[in-house]
Design a protein around this ligand. Structure first.
Ligand code: HEM
Ligand SMILES: *[C@@H]1O[C@H](CO)[C@@H](O)[C@H](O)[C@H]1NC(C)=O
Ligand SMILES: *[C@@H]1O[C@H](CO)[C@@H](O)[C@H](O)[C@H]1NC(C)=O
Ligand SMILES: *[C@@H]1O[C@H](CO)[C@@H](O)[C@H](O)[C@H]1NC(C)=O
Ligand SMILES: *[C@@H]1O[C@H](CO)[C@@H](O)[C@H](O)[C@H]1NC(C)=O
Ligand SMILES: CC(=O)N[C@H]1CO[C@H](CO)[C@@H](O)[C@@H]1O
Length: 332
């Protein structure tokens, strides 16, 4: 997989409780206590150094996890590599940027866990636990992750488009996508602030805001002019070099914080879909609230992530523990 050309955009001029429902009543916090007692320690020993060596890992993993859970549940279906006969979730252009560091950290953890306790730990539990650990490592809140997910039997590229919206979506469609999965508008706002405070965004995703924006303005006038100018320079060749990418949060690109909300209020936000949060009357007040109070944002984000983590989980015979996270076990 080609690594994106990560041109770092320096912006120097500005300066629980988990409700138990039927779908996950077989999950528990200590699921591996007897079968793989070193699970948490092994995860930690793999993930911490991986993030230090490759600081893009946290964002990459969080995004892969979100995409996994939104499409057919948190069952590692997003990891299955397409084959000649199977068009899996990865075979969808919305996945073009799911970054290799996420897949790498999963492989490393799986390999170590298979040595310590073969055929016990599912890839979906690894992905959920890695995400939680990485969010904490980059400064975000801790939350509880129930364990005991099985890996799914289905990964179908046709299921992606209906569950994940794109950056050129409308607020109505965004709300509808989250409501379908049981989230409130407030939870959606909290999840977006956490998802888009770290990581990268390719120029194609925000080009309409900085080139030929309207008949009267080259750039979106709601953007800070200096910021827009820098993005135009960064992305000048984005059509011939589609790997060009900017920081999602130019103020603190590698740190998990409430900056997306502050950026929205200062014209420093990038994604068109995120920008809707400050223009739409249903979400504007929440943006202002989270911008003022990072502790409140952390608490709400943590609670919302606990909900994400149990979306559509499979237990018992409805799934398997994959040997290779990137392929269904063969039933030959
Ligand atoms: C309406 C909902 C959402 C839309 C339209 C959306 C869209 C996007 C887009 C377009 C990118 C840039 C991809 C690229 O150019 O490489 C991105 C990146 C990212 N998104 Fe979202 N997203 C949404 C919700 C979320 C949520 C809820 C989370 C997590 C809680 C999340 C986590 C991330 C992360 C961590 C990245 C950076 C990935 C990296 O650097 O590798 N997103 N998103
Ligand atoms: C194709 O997908 C189905 C379920 O979606 C699975 O049962 C089957 O094993 C897959 N085939 C291959 C070759 O991966
Ligand atoms: C994938 O999903 C689509 C839409 O739900 C369905 O029509 C198709 O049969 C599915 N493909 C497989 C291999 O299950
Ligand atoms: C949004 O972008 C996708 C490609 O990423 C494109 O296929 C689609 O037509 C666009 N939708 C709108 C409403 O512009
Ligand atoms: C902007 O629009 C003009 C005229 O429509 C076109 O020639 C030019 O290529 C466009 N620029 C970009 C960056 O898309
Ligand atoms: C990570 C990954 O496998 N991404 C794939 C997303 O889908 C496109 C096709 O639309 C593939 O080319 C990418 O390899």
């Amino acid at each position: 997989m080609a690594l994106p050309l990560l041109i770092l955009l320096m912006f120097s001029s500005i300066s629980s409780m988990i409700p138990v429902s039927h779908s996950h009543r077989h999950l528990s916090l200590d699921y591996y206590a007897k079968t793989c007692p070193d699970f948490e320690r092994i995860m930690q020993e793999i993930i911490t150094p991986k993030q230090i060596a490759n600081p893009t890992t946290a964002a990459a993993t969080l995004r892969v996890f979100f995409h996994d859970c939104m499409v057919d549940g948190c069952d590692a279906s997003v990891l299955v590599k397409p084959t000649n006969s199977n068009n899996t979730e990865l075979n969808q252009d919305i996945n073009h940027s799911l970054s290799g560091d996420a897949f790498d950290v999963i492989v490393r953890a799986k390999t170590a866990l298979e040595i310590a306790c073969p055929n016990i730990v599912s890839c979906s539990d690894i992905l959920a636990t890695a995400t939680r650990h990485l969010i904490r490592q980059v400064g975000g809140p801790y939350y509880q992750v129930l364990l005991g997910r099985k890996d799914g039997f289905i990964s179908n590229s046709s299921h992606v488009e209906e569950s994940l919206t794109r950056s050129n979506t409308t607020m109505d469609k965004m709300i509808a996508a989250f409501t379908r999965k049981g989230f409130t508008i407030r939870e959606m706002v909290a999840l977006l602030g956490g998802g888009h405070t770290i990581g990268f965004v390719h120029c194609t995703e925000f080009a309409p805001r900085i080139f030929n924006f309207s008949a009267t303005s080259e750039v979106d006038p709601s953007m800070n002019p200096g910021f827009a100018a820098r993005l135009r320079t960064l992305c000048a060749n984005y059509k011939t070099n589609p790997d060009m990418a900017a920081f999602m949060d130019p103020m603190s690109p590698g740190r998990f914080d409430n900056n997306l909300y502050l950026n929205l209020m200062r014209g420093l936000d990038i994604l068109p879909s995120d920008h809707l949060l400050i223009t739409d009357s249903r979400t504007k007040a929440m943006v202002e609230e989270y911008a003022r109070d990072q502790n409140l944002f952390f608490a709400d984000f943590a609670r919302a992530m606990e909900k994400v983590s149990v979306l559509g989980v499979k237990t018992g015979r409805r799934g398997e523990v994959r040997t290779n996270c990137f392929a269904f076990n063969t039933k030959a």
